[in-house]
Ligand binder design. Structure first.
Ligand SMILES: [Fe+2]
Length: 394
């Protein structure tokens, strides 16, 4: 057996590249998962190729899951650095493992949202209409709470005129996932609000709503009526929860005040509306439409980062970025040599390798004159997210 410096802590080297690592050592060991890690009921917990370091703050949840499954060690390939390719493959693995939402629940939710929209379009405005959607929201919440892993874009659009309903479902799942990481008590409202956020589109002429191409200015003016129309419809069918109404009316408001319909800004926009704004935009960017190709998840994440603080609440975009194991400015991180610093820029093209202001040396001493370290030009990588320092750090 080759001594690799980890022997004393229970890590064993199996081949030149593969190690047997107890799960409590995963955080410090890093590396890449060597085989698919499967739960007792056959679900993939960690796909082969997952970079441990890229799990970011979801690592704790993964460790808990492994423990629950009675898995006490993993086979891990040791890797030196995190590359853009690694990020791509990680994102792919997240996306391909998101079938953990029960497909029956997804299908039924989408069908119920469609039924609600069609009833509203035909002027059927009875309070009983919303019941089935509320029921599905509750089931979806249960899924989100039970499965803390990322749930992005669960359903793909097959027919263009289905887009609104599928998008509503995806937005609900993403919003619920994000809120679960901030305030789990609000998950149910976020999910129901996500399912209903575009309710006003039930009154948009179908030739505009499903137009197979970009909208003209006047068509866009019609589309822009949907938040206010949606709020009116919601009230008419008996929805009186101010948070749900705020999601419907305010999900196109923007953090800097450039949104519609009221031009609200910052925290005057409801919290859940700010979450749904991020979820809505993220799903819309990654969706294929008849007039646009989907953009890659990685680019969508980058766009959210670019628009954080102008379009989006920085706190909410941060949660999305962290879910992808990315580190926005202000994140306090531990580097692979044990030093600790604050991310001061997002790393341009390579979000995994930002510039870090190193404040604590590997030996734990405070650095008197903190220095900037560009991780793109360094052997060091981020191995742990420690928290958020906020603007003070900048
Ligand atoms: Fe909308």
């Amino acid at each position: 057996m080759v001594n690799n410096g980890f022997q004393g802590r229970g890590v064993t080297r199996l081949t030149p590249d593969i190690y047997r690592v107890p799960i409590e050592e995963l955080t410090t060991f890093g590396g890449t998962v060597a085989d698919d890690v499967i739960s007792r009921d056959g679900a993939v917990i960690l796909p082969k190729g997952t970079k441990i370091v890229l799990l970011g703050d979801s690592l704790l949840q993964v460790l808990k899951r492994l423990e629950d499954e009675g898995i006490d060690h993993l086979h891990v390939m040791r890797s030196d650095e995190v590359t853009s390719d690694a990020l791509d493959s990680f994102v792919e693995s997240v996306v391909s493992s998101n079938m953990i939402i029960d497909s029956q629940i997804a299908r039924t939710s989408i069908r119920e949202v469609k039924r609600l929209f069609e009833s509203l379009r035909h002027n059927k405005l009875t309070p009983e209409l919303v019941g089935p959607v509320m029921e599905m929201a509750r089931e979806l919440v249960e899924q989100i709470l039970r499965r803390p892993k990322v749930l992005f874009s669960v359903a793909r659009v097959r027919q263009w005129d289905e887009y609104t309903f599928i998008h509503s479902f995806n937005t609900a799942a993403i919003a619920g996932f994000l809120v679960n990481r901030m305030d789990p008590r609000l998950v149910e409202k976020a999910v129901l609000g996500g399912l209903l956020h575009d309710l006003g589109k039930a009154k948009i002429p179908l030739e505009i709503l499903n137009k197979p191409g970009p909208l003209t200015d006047s068509e866009f003016q019609v589309i822009k009526t949907h938040p206010v129309v949606g709020e009116e419809l919601a009230v008419k069918v008996g929805i009186d929860d101010p948070d749900i109404l705020s999601i419907i009316r305010e999900h196109h408001e923007r953090w800097s005040g450039i949104g519609y319909p009221d031009g609200k800004s910052g925290e005057s926009i409801g919290f859940l509306a700010r979450v749904v704004a991020v979820a809505d935009s993220f799903d819309a960017m990654t969706a294929e439409r008849s007039y646009k190709a989907p953009i890659h998840y990685r680019s969508a994440v980058k766009n959210i980062l670019t628009d954080s603080g102008t379009h989006f609440d920085p706190k909410v975009s941060r949660v999305l970025l962290l879910a992808f194991g990315l580190y926005p400015p202000g994140s306090v991180v531990e580097l692979s040599d044990g030093s600790v610093g604050v991310v001061v820029s997002s790393g341009g093209e390579d979000l995994m390798r930002p510039v870090v202001l190193v404040k604590v040396a590997p030996d734990g001493s405070i650095v008197r004159e903190p220095k900037l370290l560009d991780l793109k030009r360094s052997r060091e990588g981020i191995c742990k997210y420690l928290g958020w320092e906020g603007k003070r750090a900048l």
